[in-house]
Design a protein around this ligand. Structure first.
Ligand SMILES: CC(C)(COP(=O)(O)OP(=O)(O)OC[C@H]1O[C@@H](n2cnc3c(N)ncnc32)[C@H](O)[C@@H]1O)[C@@H](O)C(=O)NCCC(=O)NCCS
Ligand SMILES: Nc1ncnc2c1ncn2[C@@H]1O[C@H](COP(=O)(O)OP(=O)(O)OP(=O)(O)O)[C@@H](O)[C@H]1O
Length: 221
């Protein structure tokens, strides 16, 4: 397995990049999706969220009212910062456990595993062979979120403000995918990225033959 991280600010194009990488054969570990799955009706994570934020965040069918939580944790109020920290404290430990489980399931394969994690910059990991940043001017990201995803502009801007800056994210990048062009240009960028990841897998594979380790360990006994 070659494990790499994929990140970017909200609306940068991570999901679009993940989809193209998956077409090339990557295994995607999708942190946003894992967080959503953990918040399913009746789950322990959802119960703890209701204890912290009140029963009004649960809809009559038992599902999470995502907009209601977003309004509290990304809102323009003095309490928003603490509320976001509390939400992260509830969701992130379980999310990290599930991320770990999905990565471990691939450990002894030769797959390129892409951890798609919007908050990788805020939560750096030392087990990834590359940090891929999908880069976009935040104003363009907001424009796309409003135009194509019908997102409220103030919500998008507040989320950007709650994340690390574009510059801080780029400082940690080993690979940058420029998404300032159209989708065809993005595809060309990702095709080139895939070529580089395959080369990296070859190099890392030769220097750290993880798949041999169990055999070596057995022989030493
Ligand atoms: C607040 C919630 C309910 C809003 O749900 P909503 O459907 O509107 O957004 P969604 O989950 O699809 O996230 C969209 C984007 O918002 C941004 N975002 C979400 N959570 C956070 C966070 N805790 N900190 C900073 N940005 C965040 C990310 O860029 C993410 O890609 C939800 O985002 C949530 O529960 N967040 C906590 C879990 C988390 O950290 N998820 C993001 C990282 S995996
Ligand atoms: N190069 C592009 N040109 C035009 N639209 C694009 C381009 N790249 C992505 N988009 C569109 O912009 C929006 C945001 O992209 P995407 O959903 O891939 O971003 P994301 O980083 O995964 O977002 P989030 O942070 O919400 O998870 C989507 O509607 C997507 O179709």
């Amino acid at each position: 397995m070659l494990l790499v991280g994929l990140t970017g600010g909200i609306g940068a194009g991570k999901s679009t990049v993940s989809t193209i990488l998956a077409e090339h054969g990557a295994v995607i570990v999708d942190a946003d999706q894992i967080a959503r799955d953990l918040q399913s009706p009746g789950s322990p994570v959802l119960d703890r969220m209701a204890e912290r934020f009140g029963d009004q965040i649960i809809r009559s069918d038992g599902s999470l009212d995502r907009a209601a939580v977003a309004a509290v944790v990304f809102g323009d109020t003095p309490d928003a910062k603490q509320a976001l920290a509390d939400l992260n404290g509830i969701v992130h430990p379980a999310m990290q456990d599930e991320i770990k489980r999905q990565i471990e399931a691939q450990r002894h394969t030769d797959r390129i595993v892409v951890l798609d994690f919007p908050l990788l910059g805020e939560n750096p990991r030392d087990d990834i062979a590359a940090t891929i940043v999908v880069d976009i001017d935040p104003d363009v990201a907001v424009q796309r979120l409003v135009e194509f995803r019908g997102m409220d502009e103030a919500d998008a801007r507040n989320r950007i403000a709650s994340q690390i800056s574009r510059e801080q994210r780029l400082e940690r990048a080993t690979h940058v995918v420029d998404n300032s062009g159209d989708e065809a240009a993005l595809r060309r960028e990702v095709d080139e990225l895939w070529r580089q990841l395959v080369m990296l897998r070859g190099r890392v594979g030769r220097s750290r033959p993880d798949w041999l380790m169990p055999t070596l360990r057995r022989r030493r006994r």
